[in-house]
Design a binder for this molecule. Structure first.
Ligand SMILES: Cc1cc2nc3c(=O)[nH]c(=O)nc-3n(C[C@H](O)[C@H](O)[C@H](O)COP(=O)(O)OP(=O)(O)OC[C@H]3O[C@@H](n4cnc5c(N)ncnc54)[C@H](O)[C@@H]3O)c2cc1C
Length: 425
C-alpha cells in the first residue's frame, strides 16, 4: 500500500547508506519512506571492514564478527623469504575488524522501525520537481511525492548529477573465503597489504602493482584477496585471480575448498556531486568512499546523524522550504568547504599513487605506516582536520626515500587541476 503523501523524505536504496540515512532522518521525527527493488532485509553482498578504534569510538564494537590485534603489512623487499631481514612485517598495533553484516543491517533496521520508517519495493526511474516538491516515478508507474529525495542508490547513482572529470579509477579485487592446504597467513593474523612480489617475473612487476589483503577467520578458514589500489581502467578479475593463485602457489599453498568468491569493484575517485541540485545523496552516490582507503561504513555511521540534523533543522526553521532549499542545507552539511578541500587533497594523493611503480609504492607505504600512529590512522579514517592532514602529508614527504619524493614532486596529467581544487573546492 502506498504511504500517505507528501513524505518528508524519500530515500532511494536500501544498502548501508540508505538504511543509515533513513534511520537518522526518522530519529529526527521526519516521515521517511525507503524505496528499493529488493527487500530491505535481503542480505548485503559485500563484506565490510573497519579499524577497531573507529568502531569503538562509535560504541559499536559489538557489531563486529571478527577482530584482530595482530595486524600488519609487508612493504620490505619484494621477497617473501622469511629469513630476509628486510622482509619482516610492519606491525600496525591497532585492531582491525570485520562487521557481522547481518548485525550491522539489523542495527539500522531496528532504528528505522523505532522511527516509523516505511518500506516500498520498486525501482526509481524518473525524478521531477514541481510546486516546491520532488516527484519520483517508479518502474511500476507509481509516482511518489516528497519534500526531499535522497539518492542512496550506490556508485552508479540513479539521480544525482556530478561533473565529468575524465576516467574514474576503480579499486578491483578478487578474493576467496575458504580452506587451504596450508595457512596462507600466520595464525590469528590480519594482513592489510602484502606487497611482496617475488612470484612475479620482472616484466610482470612493471605492470600495475597488486597486493594481498588477507585474514585468518578461525577454525581453518581464511579470506585472501588480491587487490589493486585503484586504476582506470581497473585491473581485470582474471589477472587478479591468476596473481592470487600464483602468490599462494609460490608459498606452497593451494586452495582446497571455496566457500565464497568475492568480486569487488568500486570507484575510488568519483568527483563530488553538484552541490546546487535539488536532490541530496548519501553513501556511494555522494562520493563518500574514502579516496585513499576505499572505506565507507565508518563515514556513514558518523555522518548520517549530522546530515539528518541539518535537514531537520532547516525544515523546522522554515516549514515551507522547498526541495532545493532542503537539499542545499543537506549538501552544505555533507560537504562543507573543509571536507571538500580534504577530498581534493586525497584525490590528488591517489592520482600520484596510481602512477607509482611497485618499489615506489612499497617505499611510500613503509614511510606512511612509520608516521605516528595517530597520523596514519586519522588519514585513513578521514578524521584529521585539514591542517592535520597537510601536516601528515608533509611529514610523509620529509621521511620518504628520494625515489618516492621525486614521484610526489612531479606534476603530471590532471594533478595540477586537482591541486588547484584544494584551494577552490
Ligand atoms: C566487494 C566490496 C567490498 C567492499 N568492502 C568495503 C569495506 O570493507 N569497508 C567499507 O567501508 N567499504 C567497502 N566497500 C565499498 C562500499 O562500502 C560499498 O560499495 C557500499 O556497499 C556502498 O553502499 P551504498 O549504500 O552507498 O550503495 P549500495 O550498497 O550499492 O546500495 C545501493 C542500493 O540502492 C538500490 N538501488 C539502485 N538503483 C536503484 C533504483 N533505481 N531505485 C531504487 N533503488 C535502487 C540497490 O538495490 C541497493 O539497495 C566495498 C565494496 C565492494 C563492492
Amino acid at each position: 500500500m502506498s504511504p500517505a503523501q507528501p513524505l518528508d523524505a524519500l530515500v532511494i536504496g536500501a544498502g548501508p547508506a540508505g538504511l543509515a540515512i533513513a534511520a537518522a532522518l526518522g530519529a529526527e521525527g521526519l516521515k521517511v519512506v525507503v524505496l528499493s527493488p529488493e527487500d530491505c532485509r535481503d542480505p548485503w553482498p559485500n563484506t565490510y571492514g573497519i579499524w577497531g578504534d573507529e568502531v569503538d569510538a562509535l560504541g559499536l564494537g559489538h557489531l563486529l564478527e571478527h577482530r584482530w590485534s595482530y595486524t600488519c603489512s609487508y612493504f620490505g623487499s619484494g621477497s617473501s623469504d622469511s629469513a630476509d631481514p628486510a622482509n619482516s612485517p610492519t606491525c600496525h598495533r591497532r585492531d582491525y575488524g570485520l562487521f557481522d553484516k547481518n548485525r550491522l543491517q539489523q542495527f539500522w533496521l531496528e532504528r528505522c522501525e523505532a522511527a516509523g520508517v516505511q518500506w516500498l519495493r520498486g525501482r526509481a526511474l524518473e525524478l521531477s520537481h514541481g510546486s516546491g516538491r520532488s516527484q519520483v516515478a517508479t518502474a511500476a508507474g507509481e509516482v511518489l511525492e516528497a519534500r526531499l529525495v535522497l539518492d542512496a542508490s550506490g556508485h552508479k547513482a540513479v539521480f544525482v548529477q556530478r561533473p565529468d572529470r575524465g576516467p574514474v579509477a576503480g579499486q578491483a579485487a578478487y578474493g576467496v573465503v575458504g580452506r587451504f592446504s596450508a595457512p596462507p597467513v600466520e595464525p590469528g593474523q590480519f594482513v592489510l597489504m602484502d606487497y611482496r612480489c617475488d612470484h612475479l617475473s620482472p616484466e610482470e612487476r612493471s605492470e600495475p602493482p597488486t597486493f594481498l589483503y588477507a585474514m585468518d577467520l578461525g577454525q581453518g578458514r581464511f579470506f585472501v584477496e588480491e587487490t589493486s589500489l585503484a586504476l582506470a581502467a581497473p585491473v581485470p578479475y582474471a589477472t587478479l585471480k591468476q596473481r592470487l593463485e600464483r602468490r599462494l602457489a609460490h608459498r606452497g599453498v593451494a586452495i582446497e575448498q571455496v566457500e565464497h568468491e568475492e568480486f569487488c569493484l568500486f570507484p575510488m575517485n568519483l568527483p563530488l556531486p553538484d552541490l546546487d541540485q535539488p536532490v541530496l545523496a548519501f553513501g556511494g552516490a555522494a562520493a563518500m568512499v574514502h579516496p585513499a582507503s576505499g572505506y565507507l561504513v565508518g563515514a556513514l555511521l558518523r555522518r548520517a546523524p549530522v546530515l539528518a540534523a541539518a535537514v531537520a533543522a532547516r525544515l523546522r526553521a522554515e516549514p515551507a522550504a522547498d526541495s532545493l532549499q532542503l537539499a542545499q542545507a543537506g549538501w552544505q552539511a555533507l560537504w562543507p568547504p573543509e571536507l571538500r578541500r580534504k577530498h581534493a587533497l586525497y584525490q590528488f594523493g591517489l592520482e600520484k599513487l596510481m602512477r607509482f611503480s611497485e618499489p615506489q609504492l612499497r617505499g611510500h607505504f613503509a614511510s606512511f605506516f612509520s608516521l605516528p600512529s595517530a597520523q596514519w590512522y586519522g588519514f585513513l579514517t578521514n578524521t584529521l582536520s585539514l591542517g592535520e592532514l597537510l601536516a601528515a602529508m608533509l611529514a610523509l614527504f620529509a621521511t620518504a626515500p628520494w625515489s618516492v619524493r621525486w614521484g610526489l614532486m612531479g606534476m603530471r596529467g590532471r594533478e595540477v587541476q586537482l591541486g588547484l581544487r584544494m584551494l577552490d573546492p
